[in-house]
Design a protein around this ligand. Sequence first.
Ligand SMILES: [Zn+2]
Length: 480
Amino acid sequence: MKISRSILLFGLAIAATTCGAQPDFARHAAPVAPAPADPAIAQALKAIQPAHIHQTIETLVGFGTRSTLSSMETDLPSGQGINGTADWIAGQFEAISRDCGGCLEVRRDVFTADPASSARWGNRIPRPTKITNVYAILRGTDPAQAKRMVLVTGHYDSRNLNILDDHGAAPGANDDASGVAVSLECARALGKLHFPSTIVFAAVAGEEQGLIGSAHLAKLAHDEGWQLEAVLNNDIVGGNTTPGDSLQMKDRVRVFSEGVPAGATPQQLRRIFMLGGENDSPSREVARAIADTARTYFAASGPAAFHAFLVSRPDRYLRGGDHSSFNREGFAAVRFTEWREDYNHQHQNIVRPPAGSGKPVLGDLLEFVDFNYVAQVARLNAATLATLADSPGEPADVKIVTEDLDNNTKLTWDPPAGAPDAGYEVVWRMTTSPDWQYVKEVRPSKGAPVSVTLPISKDNVIFGVRTVDAAGHRGLVVVP
Ligand SMILES: [Zn+2]
């Protein structure tokens, strides 16, 4: 009896489909398609070369240890330790800047982490410790938009098995010299271009000690009123080349993002839960923008194929990263990590078992980094930063008007500050769909508040609005 009823319902479903009846949300729209590539961005991505990345990571490994605690040691051999590393990274940004006519402002955020001031660090900071974040600013050229910012970061500190070891070798080739190489390559690739809004390239310390450097930089960004629209954190993007690992994948990078903002107030949380907004935090929209950018600048198949594999959780199981520091300050931030981590090459002391012993080599060593893979990750970061920095920004005060109790959807918003010429795309998707499915372009009269009514029920889909300029640069989606 039960079976025959299922068959009957299935038959009806097929009948409905073959009648050609389309739901309202699919009738009035085009499917979302990749944006056109910007030739200047595509050209800039070619400047990102695996050989450069190799040099960067090899140099970082050459500092022996980049333990955050080594900043207080005076008996390290010359050229070893984290203070020299910070100087070297600042020097790299300065060299890149010289090469682009002084395009970068190179800054240091130096402070002392005192264990008396935070219980959160546990016993990872045994004594007051100097921490240095290094960052470089590529200032936007449009005075009305230069306050808008996007930021890319990686952590340059490293560790071995013992978090308190400030002398022993801690090469940190993958974790996270690879992420620092991404920041440097993005600066090298994008420094020669001009963007209306601002891009920040960062390398932070204190990650292994409890995200201390990024927490300080995120607070600085908050206190100085940075209008940070997106933070891209690259941590462990080396594409592990462990011999015999047949499950590693080089055509994708994972992008982790929080679903419910860490900084949401109780009132905001109530609204998120009431409207089913758990999958639409600003961080999640950054993740979707990265996936969108990959579809524009990378092949979908073949040897050069590359895409963002979105993971709808803040980070790996019970693990954390510097993006969460920015999330806590209320910024949209995501984490890039390679497809499959090899824990023999993370946070380990170097051990080389005798040949033929069958035991694995331990240690986060240069030989396990795939520089081609890091270059792909860097290109995706650079393309995303450039696209967002070129876009007109985020529409303001996006709302769904619910006063008329009907089956239409009325959306209203204001143009972003400083970009009265912006065009828009209203996008929507089924509530069960992970990414935007349908789009309708809106070209309103210049600078005026916008109001759009679509004959689509707001109850059945999720709507968002993003800006797009004449060249096709898309901003981040804002959900009403
Ligand atoms: Zn890390």
